[in-house]
Write a protein of this length. Sequence first.
Length: 268
Amino acid sequence: MELSDFVKQFETIYPRSLAESWDNTGLLVSCSSRITNVLVCIDITPSVLSEAISQHVELIISYHPTLFKSFKKVTPSTRSQDLLIQLIQNHISVYSPHSALDSVNGGINDWLSSSLQSLPSFPLKVPPHTLPITPGKFQEISIGAGRLLTFDDKISFDDLLAVSKKFLNAPLRYAKPSHFDKVKTVAICCGSGGSMFENGCADVVFTGEMGHHEVLEHLNFGTAVILSEHTVTERGYLDVWVPRLSELFPILHIEKSKTDMSPLQYTI
């Protein structure tokens, strides 16, 4: 398949227009004009690169951008630039959807919201170009950053913790105000969602990581906070997404990386 054709079809399904303005998404490294083997990962690490080379991969779909900060020279002195050099030397292209994949209907935030079963969810932040411009009834917007979920009946905070922990299969950290118990609304954002949540936007905010003072600010507004770990709120989505990509692009051989894993480990 032509790489250009893949990018065109991919961006029809996962539009780059949904990405945040600060993000660096799209085709970040273009080396091969034709692709057959595709590897999907959260981060391109040295082990993921070695895996890609051994499997004769022509394209890596890396959720997190390999190139993010600008630089004025290319040397092997830093991890990202050394990986870039090796990617080019081995004719491996790189595509990153990042925050566009967070916001799209059926993307990572919808997957994370599915931990709370079939509750309807709505984005916390809607892209301006998706807003209706005519008055009257219109379908609820289902794309945008973050998700806000509302329970029909309030549930206990402990039950919310238990369901979320089971879904992610990972430890959770939390902070809650005094005498906090029942939950009606939950705001969700994968990864590092601290800047996404407005004060008092929900009874509970749930994300991967958040700064200490951001947690205190939410507590001051009577909001509880649940934190997992940055990629824990993203990584499980690949088990759902890779089979979906294989259906969308049957001509390609698409696999999830076996060596890509969270850099942080837990101790008890």
